[in-house]
Design a protein around this ligand. Sequence first.
Ligand SMILES: NC(=O)c1ccc[n+]([C@@H]2O[C@H](COP(=O)([O-])OP(=O)(O)OC[C@H]3O[C@@H](n4cnc5c(N)ncnc54)[C@H](OP(=O)(O)O)[C@@H]3O)[C@@H](O)[C@H]2O)c1
Length: 227
Amino acid sequence: MRAKNAVHIPFTVAKSAQTLDGKIAARTGRSKWITSTKARNFARQQRENFDAIMVGVNTVIKDDPRLTSLNKNHKLLKVIVDSSCRISRQAQVFAGIKQGGCLIATTKKASVRKMNLLAREGVEVVQCPQQRDKVNLLWLFQYLYQRGIRKILIEGGAQLIGEALRLNLVEQMHIYIAPKILGDEQALNSVVGLKPLDIQQGILLKKIKVIPIDQDILVIGNVYRDR
Ligand SMILES: NC(=O)c1ccc[n+]([C@@H]2O[C@H](COP(=O)([O-])OP(=O)(O)OC[C@H]3O[C@@H](n4cnc5c(N)ncnc54)[C@H](OP(=O)(O)O)[C@@H]3O)[C@@H](O)[C@H]2O)c1
């Protein structure tokens, strides 16, 4: 937990699995699998340390993940950031929904019918204020804090992590790096939407830890703020 301008928001980690050249998916949008089985299992175990796991709706549409905790007794709230409620009702995130629940953070752009259908199926639908035509993330983080969520793991994609970093909502990065190079400018970068004009304006990570996992490495770093 941390106070941001005297408002409380959960402690937040952003995680990505990327190639050496910083790509999280091929130009087709396919991301299975960048890292080794061992690294993916380690990453899944980390979910146990969080109250909520959050992804952008494009990740659900492209990857159709389940976003479950390996520990059946652990309540992990799945949060999908989806300003128009584009998510399919058949999405796998809705499987095993009773374990920790599933929350769709949407806006008034979503159809009332779709919101009602999802709500009837046990999904928590929260209409958030908009910022830049999308879900207002600061509002959402405060809402989640008030709802009892203290630790959030953002598991992608690039737009959601970029916006959370831009708004200073991320405390720590967990970057799994595979010894692969895609070398394709149309493959997706791990973070997008930031527009630094020079290198000094880039996000700096401090207190770096490097953990080898099989052929991959995990880089953990705290987002440095005192710039
Ligand atoms: N390797 C990895 O670690 C990894 C992890 C996850 C995903 N991926 C890959 O990443 C790709 C998807 O990433 P992506 O960057 O395209 O999309 P994303 O971050 O998964 O989702 C972005 C979408 O979320 C919605 N959204 C609503 N409010 C938002 C806000 N305030 N900030 C940001 N997004 C908001 C927007 O759609 P609306 O405007 O419709 O609301 C936006 O287009 C897929 O190809 C997937 O395979 C890779």
